[in-house]
Design a protein around this ligand. Structure first.
Ligand code: DGL
Length: 258
């Protein structure tokens, strides 16, 4: 049975792309809730409800036997509820990121950036602190619109990156977790400005968690992307991240069952 992957929108395609290249024979279905993005400024209750609706769509239509929550905001609030209702393994992006950062940091000072909701949840902070890490976290709400406008490099992008991150780098972090699935698209630019910082993002860390949760990886390698609304930014990022994958629009009313 296939893997289901969902995100509030298109950022999760960074995770989808990584999974598609790592698990070539596995069927993977992606749902981007583009009609209701962003989740990052919504309440906990709304994030959980939307996440349940996305997950239920994938489970009921494709009988997925593993769910990947390719959204840090949803991973911060909804994983336990999803596990309870879906009765299949659910892998969020927070634990893989924490595990990688704990393994990489030498000075035990780790920065975390994400949406307002992800940082407010303190999921990263709490898990890192359990591992005796000093955490320097910060919401970076301008990153998502910047990426969705295709501004992945250039002067404005660099200024915004510096405005958010100088403070964390000045505090002495040696590792930075990109706690939002859009942010890997800024990774090269961030690394250019701070070449000495180790950058951890969900795309490189999640594979191991899939391997320990899914038994049958040999399927027919089918892939399909579903979105709840069309938008120019979806087209732009889909061209970059998943150019040859078929896309279907699904009416929000088919997902909003709760
Ligand atoms: N995909 C979301 C995340 O990883 C960012 C976009 C949003 O706010 O919904 O947190």
């Amino acid at each position: 049975m296939p893997i289901g992957v969902f995100d509030s929108g298109i950022g999760g395609l960074t995770v989808f792309k990584a999974l598609a290249s790592q698990f070539k024979d596995t069927d993977i279905y992606y749902l981007g809730d583009t009609a209701r993005v962003p989740y990052g400024n919504k309440s906990k209750e709304t994030i959980i409800r939307y996440s349940l609706e996305c997950a239920t769509f994938l489970k009921e239509n494709f009988d997925v036997d593993l769910l990947v929550v390719a959204c840090n905001t949803a991973s911060s609030y909804a994983v336990e509820t999803l596990k309870k209702y879906l009765n299949i393994p659910v892998v969020g992006v927070i634990e893989p990121g924490v595990e990688a950062a704990v393994a990489i940091t030498k000075n035990k000072k780790v920065g975390v950036v994400g949406t307002q909701a992800t940082i407010r949840s303190q999921r990263y902070k709490n898990l890192l602190e359990e591992n005796d890490i000093d955490v320097f976290d910060k919401p970076c709400p301008l990153f998502v619109p910047l990426i969705e406008e295709g501004r992945l490099s250039g002067q404005i992008t660099q200024l915004i990156i510096k405005d958010y991150l100088d403070e964390l780098v000045d505090a002495g972090i040696d590792t930075l977790i990109l706690g939002c699935t859009h942010y890997p698209l800024l990774k090269d630019e961030i690394q250019k400005i701070y070449p000495h910082i180790h950058i951890v993002d969900s795309t490189t860390t999640i594979g191991k968690f899939i391997l320990s949760n899914k038994k049958n990886l040999k399927e027919s390698g089918k892939r399909k992307i579903f979105i709840t609304d069309e938008s120019p930014s979806f087209e732009l990022l889909k061209d970059i991240l998943a150019p040859n994958i078929p896309v279907e629009k699904v009416e929000l009313s088919k997902i909003c069952s709760l």
